[in-house]
Design a binder for this molecule. Sequence first.
Ligand code: 3H9
Length: 692
Amino acid sequence: MSADTAATSLAIEDGIAILTVSSPPVNALSARVRTGIAEGMRTASADPAAKAIVLICEGRTFIAGADISEFGKPPQGTPLAEMIATLEGAPKPVVAAIHGTALGGGLETALGAHYRVAVPSAKVGLPEVKLGIIPGAGGTQRLPRVVGVQRALEMITSGEFVSAAKAAESGLIDEIVEEGRLREGAVAFAKKVVAEGRPLKKVRDLSDKMDEARGKPEIFDAFRKAHARKFRGFEAPEGCIRAIEAAVNLPFDEGLKKEREIFNGLISGTQSKAQRYVFFAEREVRKIPDLPDDTKTLPVESVGIIGAGTMGGGIAMNFLNAGIPVTIVEQKQDALDRGLGIMRKNYEASAAKGRMKAEDVETRMGLVTGSLDMKDLGGADLVIEAIFENMDLKKETFAKLDAVAKPGAILASNTSYLDVNEIGAVTTRPDHVIGMHFFSPANVMRLLEVVRTDKATKEVVATAVKLAPKIGKLGVLVGVCHGFVGNRMLAQRQREANRLIEEGAMPWDVDRVLYEFGLPMGPFAMSDLAGLDIGWQKGQEATRLRDRLCDIDRRGQKTGAGFYDYDEKRKATPSKLVEQMVLDWSKEKGIARRPISDEEILQRLVFPMINEGAKILEEGKALRASDIDMVWITGYGWPVYRGGPMFYGDTIGLKTVLAKMEEWEKAIGPEFKPSALLRRKAEAGEQFTGAA
Ligand code: 3H9
């Protein structure tokens, strides 16, 4: 075989050809791999010494899909569909031997084989939808022929990874072989197929599992309807459904053509570009230039948490889920009991929904110890403070904590805004103090901002960063500044949201624009959910419209009214009363209201965020634009198909963003002053991410 096809090797042993793929890290289907497999298949097919062919991979996994980094580049080597046809069309049985993950083009390859075997730990799936595309090498046509239409719809539109056992149940895997003995198991299976004279089972020729859906378009419409909320804004799920419909209604080759047409349409679109960017951005987050992978980390085998409120309890649950024991300290017994009670209730609710077993509730709650004495934190490797957001209180707490925590323990603050350097300065160990900023609800939201203080040692920072995935979080490294990355940018948006309703928009206009953009909710609906009385002081003169709402007991969802009116199901409707209050507010402030377009609302909310993101980069408070985007996607529900605010800025064009900032700086005020980085990039015709 020529040098550039060395990603595969072929051996014939005891009548069975073994075609092995070796292309670390994940055996993605690069041009070399595709060409190697196609050549290997042709050689093995033509060799009379081989009675069957086993396709197997070296390393940690079976083929994990097409090589995503090749997308958008000119095609080279054997096309994937052609390669798969060499498997399906082989004149002797082809067996795919699966370990690790057979994903996307990897599973499509396995579906081209006549039989599939897997070890119990293997997983299979078609996750293309998460990249904004559909399976483009026959997956949408072959999978429903094997597992049925309903199951194929679920698998392909969700991109879920399915265990070998479940895959075997649905007929996707023909046999499960012993863990660690895949090669032997696959060869034995191939010999059995030969000995028994089993047919060459070509998936393209199967059709009985699709009968249930033939002539029944209502199946697809019902599926669309049932998942409308989940699919909102995304283009790819609809593409998946249409391709599966084609599988049901068209002959195989025409279905393939339809699949290709849909695939091509999606892959050249902005959504897929954004989603592929996010795939790599997510993996970039853990790459920190001065903390190479082999940086020493400190053990975290037990954790202390100060504060059993909503945040403290939610944070504790992450560690309990990971099997790490937690001691949680409160000041008063009733607050402690309440906090522990809520944690238990949350777990019980998960168990009731079937998300965990009933006994897991006890195992997890068995790992938590409540205490009223900070001294009980003396044994913890890491202590996270999650008390009220007040600098004096935090300093006092850290001084006390420093006195009881063991030497070498890491002390972390969950502050959302405050200066963690200043907090660390009250301890004898500022080099062991960092920020670990969780997002509410802390047991659900994936984001963790790891706040690097000036004095924190590399080991301490690396420990927090490496801990994040263990507790199910994406740990994004950020620098100390007011609000860090996420809330610092959010403050820009909030300021403009308030100003827009003074100038002419209504709260529901602002919320609708952001909702239609793809966010789960806008700032006013969000405030109603969180409670308008945060920061409200009863009896004091209202300086904000929301305080005025509190004065008349419209304190948000919990009181049945806030910016919106709520019915008993908490469904929101715009309030006439609030509308009048907004009009009065503008009048009192002497602002002549004007109509504001949706486009202006969106720009006014989002462009200042992009500008702030640029300042964050300029000041080195985030490592790269893509880290900022991951903060917004995982912490604030920014739609993944828009790639994050910095990527979005790139898609709009930085010249446009700059021009607007300049216009508003003149018309409204200095808070819109463009960052030097934005100006430089815009003037040079560059992007923040280089990926849009
Ligand atoms: C597709 O197949 C389209 C077809 O239908 C049709 C085409 C015509 N390509 O995640 P990890 C890199 S679309 C290129 O950290 P893990 C990854 O960037 C594809 N690179 O490891 C990382 O690089 P680095 C459908 C890839 O163990 C390194 O490998 N398939 C690809 O946590 C390790 O990855 C998918 O969507 C790729 N396909 O997870 C599967 N995959 O070290 C995508 C990985 O430089 N992949 N890399 O940062 C995954 O879900 C996970 O990577 C996997 C391993 C579960 C496999």
